[in-house]
Write a protein that binds this ligand. Structure first.
Ligand code: FAD
Length: 435
């Protein structure tokens, strides 16, 4: 560690998925010294779409156009849901800061408003979401208005089939057609990889050759949809170049994981937190923690081993795939600190008999119970440590995949926890002043 780094950090964030990134970003924006530990989580698989809340209740599969109305209903129906603890102003501020930071890091989003947008997926279905990358936003209007439209795919790119999309939705979108083109330079290649194509399209030569193959196919198309391969670090510029050259709105359609927008999101967030002064220990894992006046975290993956100390800790270690929760023979446990996990009474109750039960499976709602500030609770109902907070998908009482609230959960809980941390540490800000 260099001498400019504090001996005791204001905040140590454990985890680098969507929730850990959001917490680090918000902490740095509040002027808190922040150490982030851990490598990329589910972000690499993310679609780039930022869901706030689209489905409630899950059993009825009720879809909402206005995510804030959905939140109001959720607060009434499930007051223990983590999102029910996040007020609208905090949620709006979280999305505003997050998308502004992503825009500055080269991944611009359409300004977040009051509505969910429907985005065309690679399955030909419509996915309701809240935050839409600019490279995908023309597709929202195309899906809503259904003018004549051309969808393109590339021979050899397995994770995306324009033919499949047209087969699924074509009967409700008469002017929708597809074409398959050869990716320049890959005419004899059997298999294409989205990330390689995205990098190649950042070169003017590849771009112009691709555009030259697409232009004769335009016909009466009012818009053109591509798989999400239009650039990696410079997607804004690549997308703009395609629109200018083709003379019609161009939109990306998210592909199956590992997705290029997930890679973009990960690297834009890395850039956003680092430029705001967050110190990242990418290759480290937290192996244990001791709490007294400050928290002392023990790390591995660091040459020689190391401990770090922090006034507050944000646990953003995710669920089973993130490693925050561990499923044992009988019980779900919290992997790092052994915190109590709210869960079904027995393993037999983890899953519904019906795999496709619209209400989901109880184990997907297992996680940490917290107070209203997102401090995990011990079994006696008291916070485990006054400066320990938990955010994102490790929290109990939510099923982010079914509720379509992954980013809302990560951003909203991270924002609220960081606001409380700032207040606890006496840092001036909206909540500190109000308090
Ligand atoms: C396939 C897929 C599709 C998605 N699509 C969408 C979408 O369409 N819309 C949307 O809004 N969101 C989407 N998401 C993202 C989703 O919102 C988030 O991944 C989810 O909310 C979980 O985020 P998280 O940060 O809580 O956990 P994770 O992403 O699981 O991150 C946990 C992190 O903690 C780290 N960690 C765990 N233990 C330790 C330790 N001891 N020390 C250090 N680090 C540790 C892990 O390495 C990881 O970095 C998608 C995710 C996936 C996987």
């Amino acid at each position: 560690m260099t001498q400019t780094q504090p001996k005791t950090w204001d905040v140590a964030v454990v985890g680098a998925g969507m929730a850990g990134m959001a917490a680090s970003l918000f902490a740095a924006e509040r002027g808190l010294s922040c150490l982030q530990i851990g490598n990329g989580g589910g972000l690499l698989f993310a679609s780039g779409l930022l869901d706030l809340l689209a489905v409630h209740p899950v059993a009825g599969r009720r879809l909402w156009d206005n995510p804030f109305e959905a939140l109001a209903m959720l607060r009434r129906d499930q007051p223990d849901h983590p999102l029910a603890r996040v007020d609208d102003a905090t949620m709006r501020a979280a999305f505003q800061s997050f998308t502004t930071a992503l825009g500055a890091a080269g991944m611009p989003y359409a300004p977040p408003g009051d509505r969910n947008a429907n985005v065309l997926t690679s399955l030909g279905t419509a996915k309701p979401t809240y935050g839409v990358p600019r490279t995908m936003s023309a597709g929202v209007g195309a899906l809503a208005g259904r003018p004549p439209c051309l969808l393109l795919d590339f021979r050899g790119l397995r994770e995306f089939s324009a033919r499949q999309i047209v087969a699924t939705i074509g009967d409700r979108w008469p002017g929708l057609r597809m074409a398959r083109v050869e990716f320049p330079g890959a005419e004899t290649t059997a298999e294409l990889y989205a990330a390689h194509m995205a990098v190649a399209l950042e070169s003017g030569d590849f771009r112009e050759r691709t555009i030259a193959r697409v232009r004769p196919l335009l016909g009466d198309a009012h818009a053109v949809g591509f798989p999400a391969v239009l650039g990696l670090a410079r997607s804004g510029a690549v997308h703009a170049a395609f629109e200018e050259a083709l003379g019609v709105p161009v939109f990306e359609i998210p592909t199956m994981p590992t997705s290029v927008p997930g890679l973009r999101l990960n690297s834009a967030l890395e850039q956003a937190v680092v430029t705001r002064g967050v110190h990242r220990m990418l290759r480290a894992n937290v192996t244990s923690a001791a709490f007294d006046g400050t928290a002392v975290l023990t790390l591995d993956g660091v040459p020689g081993g190391e401990t770090v100390s922090a006034r507050t800790v944000v646990l953003a270690t995710g669920r089973f795939t993130g490693r925050g929760l561990t499923a044992g023979q009988q019980r779900v446990t919290e992997s790092l600190l052994g915190l109590p996990v709210q869960q079904p009474a027995s393993r037999a109750a983890w899953h519904s008999r019906d795999f496709l039960d619209p209400a989901g499976h109880a184990v997907n709602r297992a996680g940490l119970a917290t107070d209203d500030e997102f401090r995990p609770l011990e079994s006696d109902g008291r916070p485990a440590w006054p400066g320990l907070f938990a955010v994102g998908s490790i929290l109990a009482g939510q099923d982010w995949m079914r509720e379509k609230c992954g980013a809302g959960l990560a951003l909203g809980t991270a924002r609220l926890a960081v606001d409380r941390i700032a207040r606890q540490l006496g840092v001036p800000g909206p909540l500190a002043e109000a308090g």
